[in-house]
Write a protein that binds this ligand. Structure first.
Ligand code: DOR
Length: 456
C-alpha cells in the first residue's frame, strides 16, 4: 500500500513544534513507516518529513511503535475527599508514565459528583494539575435523575455512571423505577456497574461467616453480575438508551452482550484478562479483591473470546486505589479495588507479546474504541487534524513492574515483580512531551476533552 502522506494547508510552513521521525506508526491504514509533525497540539503533517520539515523538538522514534494516545475510560482518582488514596495530580502522573494520554474519572468521590458544582470542582482541580486530558462522569441517582439531560451535557462531562450494586462509596441506583427515571433523562451512552444489589446483600453472609477472601467471587457470584446486566439491558431497550457495560467479568454476560451489540458497548479490564481465581486470591489475598470480582479461568477465557470476536469495545483499567493499610483490614472489611491506570498498557503489550491479540486490535480497544463509542472530539487515531496524542512504545523492551515505579499515592500494584515485554517510552499529549525516555518532563497541561453530539 502507498504510504499516507499529507499536510494541513494552513500549516505548510514546514516548521512544526514537534517532529517524530522514523517510527512505525499505527494509523487507520495499519503500520506505516512515516514521520509525524505536530503544531498547536494537532497533527499537521504525515509522511516522509525528514529533511523537509524542521521543528523545535524532535523525537527519534527508530525502533519504536507510535500508537494513538491511550484513553482510559474508567479511573477513580479520589479527589475530592479521599486524596489520601489518590488525587488528580498523582493519578494522572501514573497515567502518563503508563502511556495514557486521556482519562474519564468516576463519580464515587466525596462529595459524589452529582451536580454542576461537583463537576466544576473536579474540572478546576484538573485544569491546575492534570498531566493529560480528562473528562468526568456525573453519577446517576434518584436525587438528580430528572436533571440528567442537562447535567450530562455540561462541558467536561464524560456522561452518566450508574452503580446498580454497592461497591465503594454511597452511589447506588438499584431500583427499577429509579433506573428507568435515569435512563429516560438523557441521550448519551450511559455507563453501568452491573451487580445486583439484592443478591449481593442476600449473599454477603457467606463471607461474613468465613472471612475468607478466596470466596469473594462466590459472594459476588456470576448470577449477581449476569442478572444486573440482563436487567439494565432490558430497561435500556425500553427507553431506547445506549449503554456501556463496564468491567464485564463473566462468560454468561459476554455471550448475552454479543446479542445486544446494536445498543450496548462493552468494557473489560486488564485484571480480569490477566488474573484468575482461586490463584489470585491465594497469592495476593485482598490485594486481588475487586468488584466485580476476578473469577475462574473459564470466565477469563470468555473475555478473551469477546476481544477476538469483536464483542469488546474498550479496555478500561478501573484504577481504584486504596492504601495498603486499608487493603490489609480483615476481609470483607477490606475495600475492593486496585491500582491499574499505569499498568494498563504494559500488561496489554505483554499480552500482545504472548500473541493474545494484535497491535491493531489493541489500538482499537485503547484509542479508537473509546473515541468512537463516546464521541470524543479529535482523538483516537493518528490522522491529519487530530490531536497529537501519541504513545510511543518499545515492543521488545523488558521491564519488571515494581511498586517503586507506581505514582499512585497508594503506592502499590498487584503486579509487583511481574516481568513484562513491551513498554511505553515517550508520552505526548497534544504535541507536548510529558514523558521522555520513561521520565516525567514538563508541566501538567491537561485539558478537558470535548464530545461530539452523537445522535441515537
Ligand atoms: O472494586 C471496585 N472498587 N470496583 C468499583 O467499581 C469501584 C471501586 C472503588 O471505587 O474503589
Amino acid at each position: 500500500m502507498k504510504k499516507i502522506t499529507g499536510e494541513l494547508e494552513q500549516f505548510n510552513s514546514q516548521h512544526a513544534d514537534l517532529l517524530i521521525l522514523g517510527g512505525t506508526v499505527i494509523t487507520p491504514n495499519g503500520a506505516e513507516h512515516i514521520d509525524i509533525a505536530s503544531s498547536g497540539g494537532i497533527i499537521v503533517a504525515l509522511g516522509d518529513l525528514k529533511g523537509r520539515w524542521q521543528a523545535d523538538q524532535v523525537i527519534n522514534a527508530q525502533g519504536l511503535h507510535v500508537l494513538p494516545g491511550v484513553i482510559d475510560s474508567q479511573v477513580h482518582f479520589r479527589e475530592p475527599g479521599l486524596s489520601h488514596k489518590e488525587d488528580i495530580e498523582s493519578g494522572s502522573r501514573g497515567a502518563v508514565l503508563g502511556g495514557v494520554t486521556g482519562f474519564f474519572e468516576m463519580p464515587n468521590t466525596d462529595p459524589l459528583t452529582l451536580w454542576d458544582a461537583d463537576l466544576q470542582a473536579k474540572l478546576d482541580a484538573a485544569e491546575a494539575k492534570a498531566w493529560c486530558d480528562y473528562a468526568f462522569y456525573i453519577g446517576g441517582s434518584a436525587v438528580n435523575a430528572k436533571q440528567l439531560d442537562r447535567l450530562e451535557n455540561l462541558p467536561g462531562c464524560a456522561g452518566v455512571k450508574v452503580f446498580m450494586g454497592s461497591s465503594f462509596g454511597d452511589l447506588l441506583a438499584d431500583d427499577d423505577a429509579v433506573l428507568r427515571n435515569i435512563l429516560s433523562h438523557g441521550h448519551r451512552r450511559m455507563a453501568v456497574h452491573a451487580e445486583d444489589e439484592a443478591l449481593l446483600k442476600e449473599r454477603k453472609q457467606i463471607v461474613e461467616e468465613s472471612g475468607d477472601v478466596c470466596q469473594h467471587h462466590e459472594w459476588r457470584n456470576v448470577e449477581s453480575a449476569f442478572k444486573a446486566t440482563q436487567r439494565i439491558v432490558a430497561l435500556a431497550a425500553e427507553s431506547g438508551r445506549r449503554l456501556h457495560v463496564l468491567h464485564v467479568s463473566t462468560a454468561d454476560e459476554m455471550r448475552f452482550l454479543a446479542q445486544h451489540k446494536r445498543r450496548v458497548t462493552v468494557e473489560v479490564t486488564p485484571h480480569h484478562l490477566s488474573m484468575f481465581a482461586p490463584d489470585c486470591y491465594e497469592t495476593l489475598g485482598s490485594l486481588a479483591q475487586m468488584n466485580p470480582p476476578v473469577r475462574e479461568l473459564e470466565h477469563q477465557e470468555a473475555l478473551w473470546e469477546g476481544i477476538k470476536n469483536g464483542t469488546v469495545d474498550v479496555i478500561g483499567s478501573d484504577h481504584a486505589p486504596h492504601t495498603l493499610e486499608e487493603k490489609l483490614r480483615p476481609y470483607p472489611q477490606s475495600p475492593s479495588g486496585m491500582t491499574g491506570v499505569q499498568t494498563l498498557l504494559p500488561l496489554m503489550l505483554n499480552h500482545l507479546h504472548e500473541g493474545r491479540l494484535t497491535l491493531q486490535r489493541l489500538v482499537d480497544l485503547t484509542s479508537a474504541g473509546p473515541a468512537r463509542i463516546f464521541g470524543i472530539e479529535g482523538k483516537g487515531r493518528i490522522a491529519l487534524g487530530f490531536d497529537a496524542d501519541l504513545t510511543l512504545v518499545d515492543l521488545n523492551a523488558q521491564r519488571i513492574i515494581d511498586n517503586e515505579w507506581i505514582a499512585s499515592r497508594s503506592g502499590w500494584t498487584p503486579y509487583h515483580g511481574k516481568k513484562i515485554t513491551g513498554w511505553p517510552i515517550h508520552t505526548v499529549v497534544r504535541g507536548l512531551v510529558v514523558v521522555k525516555d520513561e521520565i516525567l518532563v514538563g508541566e501538567p497541561q491537561g485539558k478537558a476533552m470535548a464530545f461530539l453530539e452523537v445522535v441515537d
